[in-house]
Ligand binder design. Structure first.
Ligand code: SAM
Ligand code: ASE
Length: 349
């Protein structure tokens, strides 16, 4: 114990790790973008750096260093032959880093690399000013948040792919955190690509889920994301701040409230309360901060990301309770899933 303390004082490992954390992120981003994991996945045998370089059209020297760093990160396993090192994917890389895998995080990694990383360049400014950094990072006005987030068709699709991918990993836990089988007509407000709606229809055979989102998002979801025929998934083009909300038994608000201020949230939740059938409910899905603000680290970091990217923040369960109660909801229950996203259910009596 005393030895360890001494070591901490003379060698600040944690600080060094944090200082260089972005080197790790960028190594992962570059390997994904170059197609390292696809290349090794498709090969029947382990490959040398020279063979990977040839397949990818990259420099031999650069590729050798990249593969070596990936092995250091345990994203690849390296096997030392007589003359050269041979690389193959680990089981984790095969499952999560190849594009075609059902549990692929490839699109999340792309969005982190191509958008979030650029926004975080201005984190210091964001903290100083207390607002998002679209103007500096991308030269677009942040007056309308989703105009900025969807500043091009390609950006919108990338954002939808980001939103889509996490539900392959956390979706089932979120929709089964409470027994939702009594709710037949469900609206997923800001339902985006429909990934959570799919999780819902798979978990509850009796329900229909309508994806309510901005027109261009709904059109893209229809055409590019929900290719699997599911007669229990419907679509509704609209603006949840401007338009009337249809009546339903259950409204899902997944990663919606964290985009906005308390005032806008109470405005939205009040509309939801008015449209909700008596005995109905709202399911809020968010990464909850602990009451003493001690964690989880992911939610704390996501809250900083909400600062650079949105008008909102991550909140504690008690803050969601207060917003829901202000809109009229009661019987508020909280379920933590132990994964990134948790669930809060609130009823209209
Ligand atoms: N619920 C999805 C999820 O958790 O994967 C997507 C969450 S995403 C952060 C926010 C969603 O709200 C986007 O799909 C966006 O298009 C939609 N949205 C934003 N403003 C909206 C509005 N005024 N009316 C309807 N949908 C809106
Ligand atoms: C939003 C969610 C996200 C708006 C912008 C966003 C995420 C990234 N950018 O509602 C998903 C969560 N990931 C992070 C890093 O916050």
């Amino acid at each position: 114990m005393s030895i360890k303390k001494e070591e901490d004082r003379s060698y600040p490992r944690k600080i060094l790790d944090y200082m260089e954390g972005f080197l790790v992120s960028k190594t992962l981003f570059a390997a994904c973008e170059l197609g390292v994991f696809e290349c090794l996945h498709d090969s029947e045998r382990p490959l040398s750096a020279a063979e990977v370089a040839r397949a990818l059209g990259t420099s031999e020297d650069g590729t050798e260093r990249l593969l070596s760093a990936c092995a250091g990160l345990e994203l690849l396993s390296a096997q030392r032959g007589d003359e050269e090192v041979l690389y193959r994917n680990t089981e984790m890389s095969d499952r999560y880093l190849t594009k075609a895998s059902p549990q692929s995080l490839y699109h999340s990694i792309q969005y982190n690399s191509k958008t979030i990383y650029l926004c975080w360049h201005y984190l210091t400014d964001a903290v100083r000013e207390g607002r998002n950094q679209y103007q500096k990072a991308f030269g677009v006005s942040s007056k309308d948040l989703f105009e900025a987030l969807y500043r091009s068709e390609a950006e919108m699709v990338k954002f939808m792919q980001l939103m889509n991918s996490v539900w392959n990993i956390c979706g089932r836990d979120v929709v089964t955190a409470f027994d939702l089988s009594s709710f037949r007509t469900i609206y997923d407000l800001g339902g985006c690509s429909g990934a959570l709606a799919r999780q819902c229809t798979m978990a509850y055979p009796e329900c229909t889920v309508t994806i309510f989102d901005l027109p261009k998002v709904v059109q893209t979801a229809r055409e590019h994301f929900l290719s699997i025929e599911d007669k229990r998934i419907l679509f509704h083009e609209g603006d949840f701040f401007e338009d009337e909300l249809p009546e339903a038994d259950l409204y899902i608000l997944a990663r919606i409230l964290h985009d906005w201020t308390d005032e806008r949230n109470v405005e939205l939740l009040t509309k939801v309360y008015r449209s909700c059938r008596a005995g109905g409910a709202v399911l809020v899905v968010e990464a909850l901060l602990s009451e003493d603000d001690s964690g989880p680290l992911t939610a704390q970091l996501y809250s900083l990301n909400m600062l650079v990217q949105t008008e909102g923040k991550e909140r504690r369960a008690s803050e969601y309770r207060r917003l829901l109660a202000a809109a009229g909801f009661s019987h508020i229950q909280v379920q933590r899933t132990g994964k990134i996203y948790d669930a809060v259910l609130a009823r209209k009596q």
